[in-house]
Design a protein around this ligand. Structure first.
Ligand code: ADP
Ligand code: ASP
Ligand code: MG
Length: 412
């Protein structure tokens, strides 16, 4: 029988009523003749609560125990979903990650899936089971410890299962009815896209649009998984939601197709470092060793052999970055007069594959922000995106102004 993967996010399994509603959706696909692999998230808010408990005990916690705790929310929903399906007379069984087993690397809290053996679950399908319910977000390391895939990781579990089992499609059920031109919670002019190219979705996800985890889009692109985002709250047809697909499958497209934002950014400046060969390596080596995810970087023009170096990173990593840089200074590897952290910035990005062939997008973006009186602190560009750092208090305004300026509410 053809296989379908259906993933339900936190709000879609937030309570027993919603689990019943999701199970009904699964029942519809089973009735059509699919064997279904259901991937579930933890109930809404549960993972945050678990993370909070870990942080309360220890800020610099053992990542293996963090994973042991935060993976547990998905175990509950997997069992509850299997029970609900059984109550509907749909033969179903639940699996935790280690039981499949979802084999991952041992990078705790940011593990990557390496292998998903299919024999276990396929044997059950062969015996007449119609739905395998798998706890998302989790796996098992080569050392036999529980791992998690990073926040939002159930999306990646879903796409990885779709690839491993050769599923006909991977449906991501969430609390919005598709991928929009920007977060519909920020702009009421956001427009749902019927289709979006893998490359654009990849950029939007990595620049902050949390509707899909970045890694899930990477996997879908690599294994050509037919990936769809749709709402678990509405009745759905086969054409509902947004299809994430190859560029060639999209007929019309705007130059800019999406605006993403990332709220929790920080900008750090090393004031007056020596401008000499090797200085960038001496700064960013220790930051990388400390696990700081450096994003944008600017080096100023040197004056009398000294320069300022500015970079951005997630606001939660500022303390770690400061320690790494102060330690490097103590060791005599770098020298700076001051280290300034601006923790009130946000990153806004415009994304579109049309930028490859059309110039003027950056100029329009800068003009729009300037017309709103918004100061740009750092700029970064790539082939299909332009990102800027601005004061966080202007974030919503910037998203809305850019959405208007690029006329994203209108179809190309
Ligand atoms: P789930 O719990 O189902 O995984 P998430 O909260 O992780 O759901 O992702 C869905 C949310 O992503 C939406 O509620 C929406 O606020 C946000 N989002 C951000 N950018 C976009 C976008 N461009 N299109 C749709 N949703 C977006
Ligand atoms: N429950 C996990 C999280 O909140 C994984 C997921 O929902 O995708 O990050
Ligand atoms: Mg999510």
């Amino acid at each position: 029988m053809p296989i379908l993967v259906m993933k339900f996010g936190g709000t879609s399994v937030a309570n027993i009523d919603r689990i019943r509603r999701a199970a009904k959706r699964v029942g519809v696909e089973v009735a059509k003749g699919y064997d279904v692999i259901v991937i579930v998230s933890a109930m809404a808010g549960r993972t945050n609560e678990l993370v909070g408990w870990v942080d309360e005990i220890s800020a610099l916690h053992d990542a293996r125990e963090y994973d042991a705790v935060v993976s547990s929310g998905e175990n509950v929903t997997a069992g509850l979903m299997a029970l609900t399906l059984q109550e509907m007379d749909v033969p179903a069984r639940s699996w935790q990650g280690w039981q499949v087993p979802v084999r991952t690397t041992s990078i705790h809290s940011a593990a990557r899936i390496e292998e998903i053996p299919t024999d276990n679950i396929n044997a059950k399908f062969a015996e007449g089971m119609r739905v395998a319910v798998v706890a998302g977000f989790q796996g098992i390391s080569p050392e036999g410890r529980i791992t998690t895939l990073g926040r939002g990781g159930s999306d990646t579990t879903a796409v990885a299962f779709a690839a491993a089992f050769g599923a006909e499609r991977c449906d991501i059920y969430t609390d919005v009815d598709g991928v929009y031109t920007t977060d519909p919670r920020i702009s009421d002019k956001a427009r749902k896209l019927d289709r979006i190219a893998f490359e654009e979705m990849l950029e939007l996800a990595s620049l902050g649009a949390k509707v899909l985890q970045t890694r899930s889009v990477e996997l879908a692109m690599r294994y050509n998984v037919k990936l769809r985002v749709l709402s678990s709250f509405e009745e759905q047809s086969d054409e509902a939601g947004t299809l994430v697909c190859a560029e060639e499958e999209i007929m019309e497209s705007n130059v800019v197709n999406g605006i993403a934002y990332s709220r929790d950014e920080a900008k750090m400046t090393l004031v007056s470092v020596a401008d000499r060969p090797g200085i960038a390596a001496a700064i960013f080596g220790p930051l990388s060793d400390a696990g700081v995810n450096v994003d944008m970087i600017i080096q100023n023009i040197a004056e009398e052999g000294r320069t300022d170096m500015t970079f951005s990173c997630p606001v939660g990593q500022v303390a770690r970055a400061e320690k790494a840089l102060q330690d490097a200074k103590t060791r005599g590897e770098i020298n700076f007069h001051d280290l300034i952290a601006d923790t009130n910035v946000a990153k806004i990005s415009a994304v579109g594959i049309g930028m490859r062939s059309q110039s003027g997008v950056a100029a329009k973006m800068f003009k729009t922000l300037s017309d709103e009186g918004i100061n740009i602190k750092v700029i970064a560009t790539s082939e299909i995106k332009i990102s800027v750092l601005i004061d966080r208090k202007y974030m919503e305004l910037a998203v809305q102004a850019l959405h208007d300026a690029f006329e994203l509410d209108k179809v190309a």
